[in-house]
Write a protein that binds this ligand. Structure first.
Ligand SMILES: Nc1ncnc2c1ncn2[C@@H]1O[C@H](COP(=O)(O)OP(=O)(O)OP(=O)(O)O)[C@@H](O)[C@H]1O
Ligand SMILES: [Mg+2]
Length: 279
């Protein structure tokens, strides 16, 4: 522990995980590469940012992330190794370290090919399908929360904004956790009940960006951005990049502004994608 009580480089947690490098500093947590002294392998350790240590709602989100990861076991979802608790009650998450780059980093070099997008669809529709079967919604799909590994399937991380189906109701007064550019209109408005179709939508936005390296909706002004999302005011992806119309149609349906007009679940989205790829 450092003087401030915060966890930092050089800290060893559970007498086992030695924090050796900073990987990322996100909105909610800090992620470190750790050396697991017992296994002699790399691990990833996520801790709540120091400024949120006393914030009960952030602590709750963090515990939620731990509980959700604990319940999931799927090749496309980052594997939880340990939930650690320090003397002060601070929780930290230890997951497998996924060697590679985030999809966001990958896309900064250019769009995916359709063949690479097939791999993404296959992995993430499977992974998200498993998440939904557990009654959980990811709630924050975006390229920075998907790791494109040097080996194995693309991996979903960051369940810090996840919701439990039927338990969490988003209301206009409730906090919105997630990233607006990828959020479904009903999440932004807080008016409707949310279900797995918020992830169908979010993954549609991810696919749009994956194929074009551009976001469907962008506006520096968050109010205008939300209005564009609410109106579904974006170019079809085949107007931005040369992809088959059938593929653009699948993406448009996944990110339809009305949830009733989207695919009902990840399996339906995957089937439509595969059919469009064969056609
Ligand atoms: N298991 C892992 N292996 C390797 N890198 C990881 C792992 N988990 C997370 N990362 C990296 O750390 C970054 C932040 O992780 P995560 O999204 O879980 O934190 P966060 O604080 O909730 O982020 P934000 O709120 O900004 O979305 C990821 O974008 C990824 O680059
Ligand atoms: Mg994240």
């Amino acid at each position: 522990m450092t003087d401030s009580g915060a966890i930092g480089l050089g800290t060893t947690l559970s007498d086992r995980y030695e924090l050796v490098a900073e990987v990322a500093s996100g909105a909610m947590g800090e992620v470190f590469e750790a050396f697991d002294r017992v296994e002699g392998t790399k691990a990833a350790v996520k801790v709540l940012r120091a400024e949120y240590l006393a914030d009960e709602s952030m602590r709750r989100r963090f515990r939620r992330e731990a509980a959700v990861l604990k319940a999931l076991d799927h090749p496309a979802i980052v594997r939880l190794l340990e939930v650690g608790v320090e003397a002060d009650g601070l929780v930290f998450l230890v997951t497998e370290y996924v060697e590679g780059e985030t999809l966001a980093q990958r896309l900064s070099k250019g769009p995916l090919t359709l063949g690479e997008a097939d791999v993404l669809v296959d992995a993430l529709c499977g992974g998200l399908g498993a998440v939904h079967e557990h009654g959980v919604l990811h709630g924050d799909l975006k390229p920075a929360n998907i790791i494109w590994p040097t080996q194995g399937a693309p991996r979903l991380v960051d369940f810090g904004a996840s919701k439990i189906l039927g338990l969490d109701r988003l209301t206009a007064t409730g906090e919105i956790s997630g990233t607006p550019a990828y959020m479904a209109p009903e999440v932004l408005s807080g008016k409707a009940e949310v279900d797995q179709r918020i992830d169908v939508y979010g993954f549609g936005v991810v696919l749009y960006e994956a194929l074009s390296a551009t976001r469907p909706f962008h506006d520096g002004h968050v109010g205008r951005l939300m209005m564009k999302i609410d109106a579904g005011d974006c170019l079809p992806v085949d107007a931005v990049v040369d992809v088959p119309g059938a593929i653009a149609g699948v993406i448009a349906q996944a990110m339809h502004r009305h949830k009733h007009d989207r695919y009902s679940d990840m399996g339906e989205l995957k089937a439509a994608w595969q059919q469009a790829r064969q056609g």
